[in-house]
Design a binder for this molecule. Sequence first.
Ligand code: FAD
Length: 524
Amino acid sequence: MDAVVVGAGHNGLVAAILLADAGWDVVVLEEQPRPGGAIFSDRTLHPDYVTDWFSAFYPLGAASPVLSALDLDRCGLRWSHAPAVLAHVLPDDRCALMSRDVLATAASLDNFAAGDGAAWIGLVEQFERIREPFLNALFTPFPPVRAGLTLARGMGVADLLRFARFALQPVRRAGEELFNGEGGPLLLAGNALHTDLPPEASAGAAYGWLLAMLGQTVGFPVPVGGSSGIVDALINRLKAAGGEVRLNTPVRRLDVVGGHVRGVHTADGEYIATRTVLADVAAPFLFDSLIGAEHLPARLLADLRHFQWDSPTMKIDWALSAPIPWAAEDARRAGTVHLGADMNGLTRYASDLATRTVPRNPFLLLGQMTTSDPSRSPAGTESAWAYTHVPDGVEYTPALIADHVERVEAVIEARAPGFISSVAARNVQSPADLQAADRNLVGGAVGGGTANIHQQLFFRPVPGLGRPETPVDGVYLASSAAHPGGGVHGAPGANAARAALRRAGLAGRAWRRALDSAYGRIYR
Ligand SMILES: Cc1cc2nc3c(=O)[nH]c(=O)nc-3n(C[C@H](O)[C@H](O)[C@H](O)COP(=O)(O)OP(=O)(O)OC[C@H]3O[C@@H](n4cnc5c(N)ncnc54)[C@H](O)[C@@H]3O)c2cc1C
């Protein structure tokens, strides 16, 4: 076998497609009985409702140059949009609404403070100018030399410096500099909290800005029929290229000899010989379990002890007999709703998480899936979910989880009286449930590791090169644990595949020698 991909998450599938396109014989081994990792939908909660069990909205996917290049629309992927992208509902029922029509977003923000609409339009115009080189720089391995130079040439040094300053700010500070009212800052801060970046985290502005600008320009689309539409399209694409996926096949160990990979051992005792392994797995699992400490530099193992997961997550899915009756009418049109906190509330929620206190006032990310795609449930009903972060270091007993579900539902009921009486079916996924469904979601972490700046770029997953190569020749980290991190965009998978193809090329040996010498300087 030319290459084995461990894990059929979307990153593993993207990696396999690129290798199969290059004519490689490639197999993807997946331990679960279904492919897709944290992308999966079905009708098991209620036969009339499609439930997205993990990820649901795909702004990064729609904007990703990696996924666009795969022509997934030709393999059956179709996108749907809610009438409005996102609503942030404040505790007093005011609402900041992001629509794909920038003037409509601006009008909503002007309700908070005159002039904030113009500030938003300025931000969007700047994003449109740098969008292509910025996304190319983000989605290529570190350092993004070519895309970075294009970005620098396009912006000019003076603007680039100011943009870097803006991006490195905490999102609270960035919001205060840009806007006078609460609406604009909350659109940025709520988006930053799609990761584990609270209002006071350094560089929270970068993520909040990116997701908000993508929401404004490409929307928060969902696949028609359920999130699994993405996986079905990737599998169709892989099969057309000649690749294969084997389910129910956990990989337990890589065969490493003298610093080179020689094959993989599956849990049921099968051995597959190969010189290339792309691992769509959690970083600590790859290094500690699949490769093993004896094959790795001591310094890398020491760095791994500092690897930080993002916060645990609890997710609730509902089949609702009616749309959610938001008092803030604008929220009825939005696919994604943020609620439970204004800016100070977000800070208090984050400080609860930091101090290992289960928040009494949880902040929620909520999805209205039938509003986003009418095929998800019968007309006049809603397929909905909400997730919220909870602290680590806490034992999530059934009683604690039940309490927290009550709190989450109370937050929604307070802004949409009548919500609870519309619940026809409910399922709760605790942090442990999430991990049981996909071992990469360690402790309920959704991002493959914190998105804080100390674990991004060339610090991801440990201080090093920010690249998919590992100190073991032929082994590549292809999951969201690698730069540029979590979300459905396919970049870690594509970067790993391209690195494997480069190694097989003419300059491959020289490249590997250069890498070995760099690893020697970093880890020994
Ligand atoms: C609740 C939740 C909500 C989210 N919401 C969004 C969202 O709306 N939009 C968005 O863009 N992102 C969202 N994300 C994040 C996004 O889903 C992930 O970043 C992305 O799916 C990661 O893809 P991946 O391929 O790296 O890993 P995964 O999707 O985790 O796939 C890894 C696969 O590898 C398999 N595997 C692991 N170890 C082994 C082994 N030893 N042998 C064989 N197979 C193995 C696993 O079973 C799994 O199938 C969300 C995540 C969660 C959990």
